[in-house]
Ligand binder design. Structure first.
Ligand SMILES: Cc1cc2nc3c(=O)[nH]c(=O)nc-3n(C[C@H](O)[C@H](O)[C@H](O)COP(=O)(O)OP(=O)(O)OC[C@H]3O[C@@H](n4cnc5c(N)ncnc54)[C@H](O)[C@@H]3O)c2cc1C
Ligand SMILES: *[C@@H]1O[C@H](CO)[C@@H](O)[C@H](O)[C@H]1NC(C)=O
Ligand SMILES: *[C@@H]1O[C@H](CO)[C@@H](O)[C@H](O)[C@H]1NC(C)=O
Ligand SMILES: *[C@@H]1O[C@H](CO)[C@@H](O)[C@H](O)[C@H]1NC(C)=O
Ligand SMILES: CC(=O)N[C@H]1CO[C@H](CO)[C@@H](O)[C@@H]1O
Length: 762
């Protein structure tokens, strides 16, 4: 008991609410989704350890977030709408699934807090403590526990939690976590038929599986893949030998596997490095902790896809809960799930890196030709034939305001009209590294180990890097894996490379610092269906095809505006909840709500030196730029004809546009700001997002300037290279995939040259 109080105390007053440890088991990777098939078994056993009274309180919370309400008057609702309005959030198995997800995805302190609050709510006294006088009644028994309160009162209590910032128990945090979970589970849970009971009512449909390659027998990477999660000792050893690798059982708890190059991570950086180095004739091994999926595996179901393809199932955030961090974790990394925007490194950024940061590579013809090679390999096309609804509205709004819109090239064919690439590209048309660079690598005998997590880089006493120690996810592989190589490449992405290097003993102070995240703030606008030609849905069509740059009078870019795609579950969990009725109303409008984001090339810095522990501080300039971008996004939505627009601030800040004077709009916009996160002591807070992480092990012209040298090699260990987004000297300011791949291309070409000269033959 005392111990729990201490940990709750630590949780309340320390910075570690949302800290996450990404070990395989906690990752939820063991929760039996071998493929991304939907469907929940009805006889599922839960292991969350919540008591039945905690579940009862949780159900009462769910019911208050999503209460049954009457359909709007004169609306003549369809049967599905009628049942959506009358449904409530407590229906089984929603509370059970929430408890399970909490335990699987949140740190123990957060689970403890949730359990404590739910336990208190299950008693009268506890309810009084947590909710105050609102639980009094004039009649016997005078005080009620939470689940006995009527829905109105429960709703008021939640509204109050959303705004409290002075309470001893961190109710606002509890509100944030519970609200996120309730809506995430409610709108992503699927039944045996991969259907969710509310999808029809809210007009959501998982993209029909047209154009699926159904040649299940051969997957593009089959020749080179070893899915360790499916193997045992005997089958594993045999497979490794089959792939042409030397493996020894050292009987010291390790399998030794020999190769020329070992690469950690198979994303944008790792994929390119694997292709280049295997193409130069070296035996390459890629170690990837995620799993391998090919187009026919993708269910496109939001819940299972997020769970399997994203770091921490998409529920990763900064320690203060202010920024939701999206990052891919699967074969292909971010490139398997990203939004396909393929933008070359802007000229001014290249100049800044080459001249001011003194990294010659970025000024060379080699880098430019690398960008061409990259765009060619991932099949970038410029002129899409049919733009989706959200991008159309962005374009229209800009046009009406006389603003410039740029078309964004896609690494997919011109008629790639597919809004589900964020759950893996079902058509196989979008070119992630899993369908391009890694295929090239495998053709050149590279071997990819999946379900395999690098734990430590091996550095000998002469400061020579000798490979990587990794753990296979399978419990029937009883040894750790020691990959012995001449060259080692860390490409686990900007959130993983620094923790790996730090835990391997590297000490350069830039490692794990200067993390840039391209923070975004979101705006929304609702466009009722008017005419058939404007009647698209927000989740259809190429995800990012248009872009507007907000510039200062001096022409400097302050923010870029693009569209954001979100399935109904992510949308509902981020959208500000002000009342149960409002949320149902907004969800019914979901297909016609356009989300735009304001993104800044951040100068603010973050830190990540331990897995999953991400800190980030906004500076004033970035906040101001985010605000300017957000205001512009709202103007664009209004001018495109939105009936109502708003931000994602907790109080549901919004504006109806009917009969609006421009002075009203400006007054509204004055009030729009880059407010704090859920831990701030302000009345208003919001959640920021980040899908682009960079710079956490930046290149520098000397040890005082960067964590690795201008060739990407560690200052502290010969033969150890970093080859992912973390080497970028600053934030890029535009979607970074092409930049990361081009940088990786240049770094790995140089590695190959050095290897040919025998530099790493010792
Ligand atoms: C939702 C989303 C949308 C995006 N949209 C776009 C877009 O439209 N355009 C664009 O340009 N960019 C986009 N991005 C950004 C882009 O995808 C990333 O910047 C890019 O993938 C980063 O490349 P990387 O090589 O640094 O790391 P990643 O691509 O993230 O790859 C890292 C890989 O390493 C693995 N790994 C990590 N640690 C270990 C370990 N210890 N052992 C083994 N394996 C490990 C991870 O599982 C992961 O697969 C998007 C990102 C997201 C998340
Ligand atoms: C759940 O537990 C029961 C009893 O222990 C067992 O019989 C059943 O097979 C389990 N169901 C699943 C899906 O694991
Ligand atoms: C909410 O749903 C549950 C389970 O379906 C049901 O028992 C309960 O009565 C419902 N609550 C209301 C207020 O309708
Ligand atoms: C795309 O369209 C632009 C403008 O219409 C044109 O200049 C360009 O050549 C086209 N690009 C390709 C690859 O067709
Ligand atoms: C430039 C181009 O169109 N590249 C490729 C894009 O993807 C399609 C579909 O796979 C390919 O056919 C194109 O060659």
């Amino acid at each position: 008991m005392i111990l729990s109080l201490i940990s709750i105390y630590i949780f309340l007053f320390s910075d570690s609410e949302f800290c996450t440890q990404t070990t395989m088991a906690e990752d939820g990777r063991n929760d039996h989704h071998p493929l991304l098939r939907g469907g929940r078994r009805s006889d599922k056993n839960y292991s969350h350890g919540f008591t039945s009274s905690q579940i009862q309180s949780l159900a009462a919370v769910c019911e208050a977030f999503i209460p049954p309400i009457d359909p709007p008057p004169n609306s003549n609702p369809s049967p599905s709408l009628r049942s959506f309005y009358s449904a409530n959030g407590s229906q089984p198995p929603v509370p059970q699934e929430i408890a399970e997800k909490l335990v699987n995805r949140y740190p123990p302190e957060a689970v403890l807090l949730a359990k404590l609050i739910l336990m208190l709510l299950s008693t009268k006294l506890g309810t009084l403590l947590v909710c105050g006088s609102i639980c009094f009644d004039s009649k016997w028994p005078f005080i009620h526990s939470f689940h006995d309160l009527n829905l109105n009162k429960r709703e008021q209590i939640l509204q109050k939690w959303s705004n409290t910032y002075k309470s001893v128990i961190p109710l606002k945090l509890a509100f944030v976590v519970l609200k996120l979970m309730v809506f995430y589970i409610y709108f992503s849970l699927t039944n045996e038929n991969s259907d969710n009971p509310s999808w029809e009512a809210i007009g959501y449909q998982v993209e029909p599986n047209n154009k699926i390659a159904n040649d299940k027998k051969s997957r593009p990477l089959d020749n080179g893949i070893i899915e360790t999660e499916k193997e045992n000792d005997a089958s594993f050893v045999k497979l490794v030998k089959n792939k042409g690798l030397e493996i020894e059982d050292k009987e010291d708890g390790f399998y030794n596997i020999k190769c020329d190059v070992v690469i950690v991570g198979s994303g944008c950086g790792g994929g390119v490095a694997a292709a280049v180095l295997a193409g130069s004739g070296y035996k390459v091994v890629v170690v990837e902790k995620g799993h391998y999926f090919c187009p026919e595996d993708y269910s496109l179901l939001e819940g299972p896809s997020m769970n399997e393809l994203y770091e921490k199932g998409g529920l990763l955030s900064t320690l203060d809960g202010k920024v939701l961090i999206l990052s891919g974790s699967t074969v292909g990394g971010g490139s398997a799930i990203n939004w396909a925007a393929s933008i070359k490194t802007p000229e001014d950024v290249l100049e800044n890196w080459a001249v001011d940061k003194k990294i010659p590579m970025f000024g060379t013809a080699d880098y430019r030709s690398a960008m061409e090679t990259v765009c060619k390999r991932i099949g970038v096309t410029e002129n899409f034939t049919n733009e989706g609804f959200q991008n159309k509205m962005l374009r229209q709004g800009c046009k009406n305001l006389g603003l410039k819109v740029e078309a964004i090239p896609q690494n997919a064919s011109e008629n790639h009209y597919c809004g589900s690439c964020c759950y893996g590209c079902k058509t196989g048309d979008k070119k992630g590294t899993d369908s391009t660079w890694l295929v090239d690598a495998v053709e050149n005998r590279a071997v990819i180990f999946t379900g395999c997590k690098a734990e430590r880089i091996i550095i000998d006493k002469n400061k020579r890097c000798r490979g990587v120690i990794a753990t296979a996810e399978s419990s029937t592989i009883t040894r750790k894996l020691r990959f012995e190589s001449r060259v080692t490449v860390s490409a686990g992405g900007s959130l993983s490379t620094p923790p790996l290097l730090v835990s391997s003993g590297l000490t350069n102070r830039h490692i794990g610092r200067n993390l840039h995240i391209h923070p975004v703030l979101l705006a929304w606008g609702h466009f009722p269906s008017l005419s058939p030609e404007s009647d698209g849905k927000c989740y259809e069509g190429g995800i990012i095809t248009s872009l507007h740059k907000v510039r200062e009078p001096s022409n400097e870019v302050q923010a870029i505006i693009e569209v954001a795609t979100m399935g109904p579950a992510v949308f509902a969990s981020l959208f500000p909840w002000v009342s149960g009725a409002d949320m149902k109303d907004k969800m019914v409008k979901y297909p016609r709500i356009v989300k735009l984001f304001s993104l800044v090339r951040d100068e603010s810095c973050g830190e990540v030196r331990e897995v999953g522990k991400i800190k980030y501080r906004f500076n004033e300039k970035d906040k101001e730029n985010l605000r300017t971008g957000l205001q512009q996004a709202l103007r664009i939505l209004v001018s495109a004809g939105a009936e109502e627009v708003g931000t994602f601030r907790n109080d549901g800040q919004r504006l109806k546009t009917g009969g609006l004077k421009s002075s009203d709009l400006e007054e509204f916009l004055d009030d729009v700001a880059a407010v704090g996160g859920p831990k701030s002591r302000d009345k208003y807070w919001t959640t920021y997002g980040s899908a682009h992480q960079m710079g956490s092990c930046r290149m520098g012209c000397n040890e005082d300037e960067g964590g690795v040298d201008v060739n990407g090699e560690s200052w502290e260990a010969k033969g150890l290279f970093v080859c992912d987004g973390s080497v970028l000297p600053t934030a890029v300011g535009v979607n970074p995939m092409v930049t990361i791949e081009s940088t990786a291309y240049c770094i790995s070409k140089k590695i190959a040259e050095a290897m040919e000269k025998g530099v790493f033959s010792d």
